[in-house]
Design a protein around this ligand. Structure first.
Ligand code: SAM
Length: 330
């Protein structure tokens, strides 16, 4: 049997990516690094994901800030040398790229720069492959310059960079989950043909065998099988959603009281106005009025201090509408 390829997982979290590599059978982990942060407000070490990684993969990740930790520090922590590393995995946080976070339409989150750290590690270790997974906005979104900078540096280092966007339901995940996949190969060209499933897997296919639970209960046989303690309107809403692919968009007018409102505060809207593009075209008042006009025609209501819209709007969608309101309204 050929020797296993050795990988290091940066931003290793609970080890999702590492587990995929291990399950494939030809790889072994020789290092992993994660600072165990979710929201910056929760602080360092808040997620305990290094415990999870250790339990799943049998290797204790280094708890370190990858914004400042050097490749040498990681290598000496685990006792490997640069030539040991065949594959570098680097899945930096996606929160600052995702369009689902409305502030990402305005601000380039400081954490987005972590994407480019993969190039520093690739330069130091020269792995045969660099593998990155992130939200689709890494390749297509407003802050894609971080990927472009990484691409440029990897190309200068001699890597061929393959980058595609995929919906993971095409590969058997029981969820529509659209992700960027980037694989860079040193000294050679790279193209990946991924095997697709013939039939999409449903959530029922995946977990339908588990016994039904009451709201708030946990299975005695399996503590991971647990049901959120939904009450009142939340529970009613859940019951009202049609089975087999339904969503809150399917709720009827009679069930409108069960729809969940998405609220967006005036300060958030005014943040938009502050972006240079918007400010050049309109005053803050005109901007608010125009936003209101647009939303009013689209099943949204104006409330004290907030714009509120029922599904099918998401916050990100509201933001897009507001931006459109400015560009076409004057
Ligand atoms: C998207 S998750 C990675 C998921 C992982 N690849 C998997 O497959 O399970 C991003 C991880 O980056 C970590 N992280 C965020 N900022 C970091 C930093 N400055 N240094 C090191 N790790 C960081 C977080 O703790 C989080 O676990």
């Amino acid at each position: 049997m050929p020797p296993k390829l050795k990988f290091v997982d940066l931003f290793s979290c609970g080890g999702g990516m590492s587990s995929g590599f291990i399950r494939q059978g030809s790889f072994q982990t020789i290092g992993a690094v994660d600072l165990e942060v979710a929201k910056p407000s929760h602080g360092i070490g808040a997620t305990f994901c290094n415990d999870t990684y250790e339990r799943n993969l049998g290797l204790r990740p280094m708890s370190a800030d990858l914004a400042i930790t050097t490749p040498d520090e990681v290598a000496s922590h685990f006792g490997f040398t640069a030539s040991d590393v065949d594959v570098l995995i680097s899945c930096a946080p996606c929160t600052g790229f995702s369009q689902k976070q409305s502030r990402n339409h305005i601000k380039d989150d400081r954490r987005n720069q972590l994407v480019e750290r993969a190039a520093d590690f690739a330069e130091a270790w020269r792995p045969k492959y660099v593998v990155i997974e992130n939200v689709k906005e890494l390749l297509r979104g407003r802050h894609k310059h971080h990927f472009q900078a990484l691409h440029e540096r990897l190309a200068q280092l001699g890597y061929d960079v393959f980058a595609e966007i995929h919906d993971l339901k095409e590969f058997g995940l029981p969820q529509s989950r659209i992700r960027s996949l980037i694989v860079a190969k040193l000294n050679g060209t790279f193209h990946l043909e991924l095997p697709r499933v013939n039939k999409h897997r449903t959530v029922r296919d995946a977990i339908g065998h588990l016994p039904a639970l009451q709201a708030g209960a946990t299975s005695q046989k399996d503590e991971m099988h647990t049901c959120p303690n939904l009450k009142g309107v939340s529970l009613e809403r859940m019951k009202a959603i049609p089975r087999n692919g339904g969503s809150w968009i399917d709720l009827t007018e009679e069930q409108a009281h069960l729809r969940m409102d998405r609220l967006m505060s005036l300060p958030t809207i005014l943040q938009f106005w502050k972006t240079a593009r918007v400010r050049r075209r309109t005053s803050p008042l005109a901007f608010l009025v125009r936003t209101y006009q647009i939303l009013r025609t689209d099943n949204a209501v104006w409330r004290t201090g907030c714009v509120s819209a029922s599904p099918p709007f998401s916050c990100a969608r509201l933001v897009n509408i507001k931006i459109a309101a400015i560009s076409c309204g004057r």
